[in-house]
Design a protein around this ligand. Structure first.
Ligand code: GAP
Length: 449
């Protein structure tokens, strides 16, 4: 039988497992559908993505503050937000294989018994579509009855709305202002996930930006532009990004307008992040249901109003996957092929790898000292003394380390190291005393190859 060439997604999945980015969850028990664990490099990648998001959305801005709200909130939250009644997908069941599939995504699904067929095109008969709520239910307290039902949050946004007044009263801030949050959300996703693109638990990065109602369009445009630019600033190929406005029929129940930032994945265009104009929907509903006044009083105009909300909402795991797919290249060199991840240095899990050229003549000790200096300067640093130097470079290329620092015979005499750049493979001599400043500059001045 002819051997099939692995697709780009196959290569990424294999690299993720081989190098410790992402593993199938519960693998030794046969796995768990649409659920993954992040290994040593994966967790660093997620952390970089979160830092890059938080830096741009909170640290660099005077008008946005952070929050970390509870995953399990009072269930009235989800009744009021419309999630209990409306957060559902139309599902069909196959009477033969007993599979359950999204009625609107049958093309993406596969029959459980005949994976070459889509459900309904095999011998199985499908039921009429029924609404299936995607929230995970749980019980709080010692008794499992209807009174103890609670939900794992399906979005982080509601925790922000519930704290609107707390933040307004405590943070000396006024519209236009934002509250940002990164945290886990949970959805009982049924459709196949395309690796970590769609999973049952995932981290969201959401910011609710509260504005005077008359300024909603200007801020909506601002955030669509800013979020699109953020991906480009962190190295994503602009030709693989596009903006797509939602058709009125596909708008979520709370939204007046939504624009998705889409990426051209190996499996087609897909949503990377959405920017929605949620109007005053959430604050008004929570105000009415809780009896708590969630208005803003403007002391200058003496006006009271419910702010409108512009929401950029992305998924950290989906962002990480996108950075990885976008950075991946198999480069044909004269003698071999090298796999390289051209991560932006701020996104790369490891910033610098330090190698002694050989395991003798004091080079390992010197290299360890250089590695310790870089760690102290807060560079994610990896030390490696095993295998030939060329092979060590390749191992770092494959995980996207932008700089490799080699300690050789010259270093022992002159305190000068060789810095090898991942993208160009060019090498430069740098004094150890200037290495930290050199790497800071190289990180800051990096451009997409
Ligand atoms: N608060 C609005 C909201 O939750 P959403 O479009 O449902 O909007 C926002 O989710 C982002 O969260 C998506 O653009 C995507 O990046 C990420 N996301 C949503 N569902 C996901 C899933 N099942 N797995 C991974 N990421 C997901």
């Amino acid at each position: 039988m002819a051997k099939q060439t692995p697709t780009l997604m196959d290569q990424i999945v294999s690299l993720c497992k081989r190098r410790g980015f992402i593993y199938q969850a519960s693998e030794i028990y046969g796995g768990m559908g649409n659920t993954y664990d992040y290994g040593p490099l994966g967790v660093e990648l997620l952390r970089r993505v979160k830092d890059a998001w938080w830096g741009a959305m909170v640290t660099e801005r005077a008008d946005v503050v952070g929050l970390d709200s509870a995953i399990i909130q009072n269930p009235k939250t989800w009744e009021t937000s419309g999630h209990v009644g409306g957060f559902s997908d139309p599902m069909v069941d196959c009477k033969k294989c007993k599979g359950r599939f999204r009625a609107d995504k049958l093309q993406d699904a596969r029959c459980l018994e005949k994976p070459s067929k889509i459900p309904g095109e095999c011998d199985g008969e499908l039921t009429e579509p029924r609404e299936f709520n995607m929230m995970f239910k749980t019980n709080v307290g010692p008794v499992e009855d209807t009174g103890s039902v609670a939900y794992l949050r399906p979005e982080t946004a509601q925790g922000i709305f519930l704290n609107f007044k707390n933040v307004l009263d405590s943070a000396r801030i006024k519209p236009p202002f934002g509250i940002a949050q990164i945290g886990k959300s949970f959805r009982n996703e049924i459709t196949p996930g395309n690796f970590v693109f769609r999973t049952r638990e995932f981290e969201q990065a959401e910011m609710e930006y509260f504005v005077p109602p008359a300024e909603d369009q200007q801020w909506f445009d601002h955030w669509v532009e800013a979020r699109h630019q953020w991906y480009i600033d962190f190295g994503v190929n602009p030709d693989k990004l596009r903006l797509r406005e939602h058709d009125p029929k596909e708008l979520a129940h709370y939204a007046k307008a939504t624009t998705d930032i889409e990426y051209h994945y190996p499996f087609g265009w897909g949503e990377l992040e959405g920017i929605a104009n949620r109007t005053d929907f959430d604050l008004s509903r929570h105000s009415e249901a809780s009896g708590t006044d969630l208005l803003y009083f403007d002391p200058q105009t003496k006006e009271k109003y419910t702010p409108y909300v512009i929401e950029p909402a992305g998924g950290i795991n989906r962002m990480a996957l996108t950075f990885m797919i976008d950075a991946y290249e198999e480069q044909q060199l004269e003698k071999d092929t090298r796999v390289v991840l051209h991560f932006h240095p701020e996104i790369a899990p490891i910033t610098a790898a330090v190698f002694p050229l050989v395991k003798k003549d004091g080079m390992p000790e010197k290299a360890q000292a250089v590695a310790a200096m870089l760690r102290k300067a807060r560079f994610a640093t990896f030390y490696d003394e095993k295998a030939a130097i060329g092979r060590r470079y390749r191992r770092q290329d494959e995980v996207g380390t932008p700089f490799c620092v080699t300690i050789d015979g010259d270093t022992m005499e002159t305190d000068v190291v060789t810095v090898r750049h991942r993208d160009s493979m060019e090498q430069e001599k740098v004094k150890i005393s200037e290495l930290v400043g050199y790497l800071y500059e190289a990180k800051t001045n990096w451009t997409r190859p």
